[in-house]
Design a protein around this ligand. Structure first.
Ligand code: DAH
Length: 340
């Protein structure tokens, strides 16, 4: 019986038919004819009963091989047909679009960029320094000698005996004055570290340092530029006021307040009913700081400031817990996706 079936001819015939199909409509009947429930292959399988016992095995194998071959050819053909369909067939223009998920700038990054761009427009360079700093740059050169109480107030993380995680960006003032030629104008954003942790203090936070050194630089320049920065950040109607303060690296030193942008100065919860919000420390560069970097304080003068970035971001966006900045909660971060 086996000899009655010419597997080779069947194979060639099937291949020819499959090859002739140009789309699914013409392929499906061919598929049915060969490997469908009542197709040729099924028929051949049925005939196995009539095959001589010693040839059954061989016969079954041949039918199976033919079936596998035809199935593969049909599969190939289906792929070919799908590939050749034009893209247009697959695009349903009536479906709603899918908005791609775009990231957003972290509010801290945004404040740093905003402040940097304000100062870059005025010709300030943007500097940086190491986060692990020597005591010389973090304290000594800034007129904070060993055993000075100001070292305690900054709750320093020590890495080794004389290396600290910088407690302030002020050390970049020193590095820049050593490296750059005068006159100079710079700002320096960066991470700083202190042993402190609650709703308004984080052990790591960000500051932006500012420094301008030239002949005849005076407090009026400082006032003008810091007021300009506040107006850019919080609105053109903002006023600033300066209160005497103390920093080892500035003399005189001041703390600067900005008129409350929520109540306009009348008094509200945000400004604790004073009409003013404290924003930064500043002052005229102490002569001892100039001496530490071999700049003659009789020839040059300068002003400096340091501002806390988180505080600015908290005020700009009404954020009450500083920890929200570091938790990387997408629900928090995605609220800033409107900001490019
Ligand atoms: N480094 C000070 C701090 O961390 C901030 C500061 C105050 C920086 C006055 C200055 C400055 O440059 O002049 O609290």
């Amino acid at each position: 019986m086996q000899n009655d079936v010419d597997f080779e001819t069947l194979k060639t015939e099937a291949e020819k038919e499959i090859a002739s199909a140009t789309n699914m409509d013409s392929l499906l009947p061919i598929k049915g004819k060969w490997i469908g429930k009542d197709g040729i292959i099924a028929g051949l399988m049925g005939q196995i009963r009539t095959v001589a016992n010693d040839q059954k095995k061989q016969y079954g194998a041949s039918v199976n091989a033919l079936k596998t071959h035809i199935t593969e050819k049909i599969q190939e053909k289906i792929s070919q047909i799908e590939d050749s369909r034009s893209a247009v067939e697959w695009v349903d223009l009536s479906l709603p679009g899918i908005r791609p998920k775009a990231g957003s700038l972290h509010p801290i990054t945004r404040v740093i960029r905003q402040v940097s761009s304000i100062f870059e427009k005025m010709g300030f360079s943007v500097e940086s320094g190491p986060e692990i700093e020597t005591e010389f740059y973090n304290f000594e050169a800034l007129n904070v000698p060993a055993h000075h109480p100001a070292r305690d107030t900054q709750d320093t993380f020590f890495v080794t005996q004389d290396r600290v995680l910088r407690t302030q960006t002020s050390g970049i003032q020193i590095r820049t004055m050593q490296a750059a030629s005068l006159p100079l104008r710079m700002i320096a954003p960066g991470k700083v570290f202190r042993v402190d942790h609650d709703a308004t203090h984080s052990p790591v936070f960000h500051q932006i340092e500012g420094l301008m050194v030239d002949k005849d630089v005076h407090f009026g320049h400082l006032k003008y530029i810091l007021r300009l920065m506040m107006r850019e950040l919080f609105g053109q109607e903002r006023e600033v006021r300066f209160r005497p303060s103390f920093f080892p690296f500035t003399e005189p030193s001041a703390e600067m307040d900005v008129s409350c942008f929520q109540c306009g100065g009348k008094g509200c919860k945000l400004c604790k009913h004073t009409g003013w919000i404290e924003v930064l420390g500043c002052g005229m560069v102490d002569p001892n700081v100039f001496l530490a970097v071999n700049i003659d304080p009789d020839v040059y003068s300068g002003w400096a400031f340091g501002i806390g970035v988180e505080r600015i971001a908290m005020m700009q966006y009404g954020i009450s817990d500083i920890r929200a900045f570091y938790e990387n909660d997408v629900r928090f971060l995605s609220q800033f996706s409107f900001v490019i």
